[in-house]
Every structure is written in C-alpha cells, then in structure tokens.
Design a protein around this ligand. Structure first.
Ligand code: HEM
Length: 152
C-alpha cells in the first residue's frame, strides 16, 4: 500500500524509496544487518544529505534546534547506525530510543510525516542507496514516521 506524498516509482522514476508495508513484513529481518551491507560512510552521508534539506525546509525545519544542527545530525545518524546493526553509540549516549515520547514535543501530522519522508527520499537518491537495500530502508522509515504522528 502506498501513501500520498511519498516518492513512488512511477513518480520519481526509481524504485529507490517507497514505504510499502508488504516489504516491511517480508524483509523486516534485513533491517538489523543493513549496516554490514551498506556501511557507515553511506549511512552517515545519508543523514548529512537529509539534514541539509531539513535545515531549509519551511514546514519541519523550524522544529529542529537552530543552535544544534550538528547534534541533531549525530543523534539521527547514531540511531540509524545502531538500529541497522552497527556500533551502539546511540544507546550508550542516549539510552533507550523512546522515539515516540521524544517526538511528542513536536506537532507531527500527515503533512509533517510526508515531508520528512520526501526529504529522506531525496537524500536516498543523492547518496545513491543501492536499489536492493533502498526498499527495506524506505519501509522501515515509513513505519517509524507513521508511529511518530501525534495528531491527524
Ligand atoms: C514523522 C516526521 C518526523 C519529524 C517531524 C521529526 C522531527 C524530529 C525533531 C524536531 C527532532 C529533534 C531534533 C534533535 O534535537 O535531535 C527529532 C529527533 C529524532 N528523530 Fe525525528 N522526526 C520525524 C521522524 C523520525 C523518524 C522516521 C525517525 C527514525 C527513523 C526519527 C528519528 C529521530 C531520532 C533518533 C531523533 C533523536 C532522538 C534523541 O535521542 O533525542 N524521526 N525528530
């Protein structure tokens, strides 16, 4: 099932990024081994490309700490590295992710979720995420992004 606002193959010309619940169900076990296949450099590069876009974004940009972009980038990158099976720096420094609770201070509805996903989709294309891995990563982000919604 696809959601409005996400990059879909027919719209973006690539199957690089989509949030597909069937992909999530079938390939969920691959998430914790992505680090070994994709590598730290590409994962950190992805987050850098994503935050470059977030900084200039009119909708979700203002939610982020203007005086700590570097810290925000590190927190997301460390989380992804840990969640995809790499070093546990995120857990050591931040403890249990509690992502839903940590997003409650921000008003996140469909529009904000879709914007996050679309900026991440552009970042995935910029770093040329391998087409074999991109659908798994997209499905994971789609699931988490949907869980972060705390209003319509
Ligand atoms: C649905 C749209 C989303 C919005 C609008 C949003 C917004 C934010 C904001 C404003 C912050 C605070 C920045 C900071 O100081 O670290 C944050 C933190 C964070 N977000 Fe999101 N986020 C979204 C989705 C996601 C998704 C899908 C993930 C994971 C795949 C994620 C993972 C994180 C992590 C790991 C942190 C840092 C938590 C911490 O340790 O403090 N977010 N997010």
């Amino acid at each position: 099932m696809s959601r409005g606002g996400l990059l879909e193959p027919e719209k973006s010309g690539t199957a690089a990024f989509q949030s597909d619940t069937s992909v999530y169900a079938e390939r969920m076990d691959e998430i914790s081994t992505l680090f070994g296949r994709v590598g730290e450099t590409k994962l950190r590069g992805l987050v850098t490309a994503f935050y470059r876009r977030v900084r200039g974004d009119d909708l979700i940009g203002p939610m982020y700490p203007a005086d700590d972009w570097e810290g925000a980038e590190k927190r997301l990158a460390d989380f992804i590295v840990y969640r995809f099976g790499g070093p546990q720096t995120y857990i050591e420094e931040r403890g249990h992710p509690r992502l839903r609770g940590r997003h409650l201070p921000f008003s996140i509805g469909e529009a904000e979720r879709d914007r996050w996903m679309s900026l991440m989709g552009e970042a995935m294309q910029e770093v040329e995420m391998p087409p074999t891995e991109a659908p798994v990563i997209g499905a994971f982000f789609g699931q988490v992004a949907d869980m972060m919604r705390n209003r319509g």
